[in-house]
Write a protein that binds this ligand. Structure first.
Ligand code: HEC
Ligand code: HEC
Length: 244
């Protein structure tokens, strides 16, 4: 190959985001590839049941308004987080589902990380599996998220970028440091022996550097989630992914 072409190939490879899937072991990848072996599908099935379960004073379910999720929710997860037109704030898919549940279905909130909440999020996310993430990048919230990603945090005084941009591919303890993309959430982690939200993952990475995690409903957590999605532009949605 001509040197110029080689350089071009290397630059393109460096620019393309790499999914955590590619850093997982062959066994973990095989588990994700087979829906019958992927434990995340236990949550997906719970979510599918929730979808048509009436709740609230009007006895409505998600299906009462959105009908067949395989049609109405197709592609939705690939464009979240977005800037909500009413609040003009960044909103994650989990927040959108919670808003629909409380304001439109008028039902009791589902506790975060509960089987029902993760199940609904996984079921909605599944309808975008294989589609490339494409989130609007032209808002000041994205820039704010990027600043957070590059800010040193905690007693270890490390930024997200120092691990996930600068040290991706290197080993930390037994684990390979992935690029840190959000395309598989909610996902099943073998370490958790459970499904967890992207927020749970961020909390773990923040406590890992001995920082006080951003609160779940904070603007910072949403800005960070938004920047992560923009940074992962083009990566395919893998929900429900399996990771170490
Ligand atoms: C009373 C009717 C109603 C109920 C019940 C309802 N929703 Fe919605 N939902 C809406 C409306 C209206 C919108 C806004 C549509 C839009 O913005 O295009 C919406 C938007 C959404 C979106 C965002 C779609 C997008 O394209 O951005 C998701 C995801 C969603 N709902 C999930 C759910 C889930 C999950 C449930 C059950 C827990 C639920 N909804 C219950 C009416 C409802
Ligand atoms: C000390 C290094 C380190 C720092 C700092 C760090 N992380 Fe991580 N992060 C990891 C490791 C290691 C994993 C993978 C853990 C595993 O799979 O066992 C990970 C996983 C992730 C994942 C999941 C990727 C996937 O494929 O599921 C995301 C998203 C993430 N980190 C985001 C962040 C964000 C945002 C920050 C800053 C608030 C951050 N991380 C700070 C080391 C770090």
């Amino acid at each position: 190959m001509k040197p110029v072409l080689l350089l071009l190939a290397l630059l393109t490879a460096a620019a393309a985001p790499r999914s955590g899937y590619d850093d997982a072991s062959p066994e973990t990848r095989a588990m994700q590839d087979d829906d019958d072996a992927n434990p995340g599908f236990l949550w997906v099935r719970e979510g599918e049941a929730q979808w048509s379960k009436p709740a609230g004073p009007d006895g409505k379910s998600c299906a009462s308004c959105h009908h067949d999720a395989t049609i109405s929710m197709r592609g939705v997860a690939a464009r979240y987080p977005l800037i909500d037109t009413v609040s003009e704030q960044p909103m994650t898919l989990d927040q959108r589902i919670a808003q629909c549940r409380e304001e439109r279905q008028r039902a009791d909130p589902l506790p975060p990380e509960s089987e029902a909440a993760l199940g609904l999020s996984a079921y909605v996310g599944l309808q975008s599996r294989g589609m490339p993430l494409h989130v609007r990048a032209d808002s000041p919230f994205v820039a704010a998220g990027r600043r957070l990603f590059e800010t040193r945090l905690g007693q270890l005084n490390l930024s997200c970028a120092q691990c996930h941009d600068e040290r991706a591919g290197m080993k930390l303890g037994g684990a390979t440091i992935p690029q840190g993309h959000p395309n598989g959430y909610p996902e099943y982690r073998l370490e958790w022996q459970a499904m967890g939200s992207l927020y749970r993952r961020l909390r773990d990475c923040m406590t890992g550097v001995r920082a006080e995690p951003f609160a779940p409903e904070s603007l910072q957590a949403a800005e960070l989630a938004l920047y992560l999605a923009v940074r992962a532009e083009g990566l395919k949605v893998e929900t429900p992914a399996v990771r170490p």
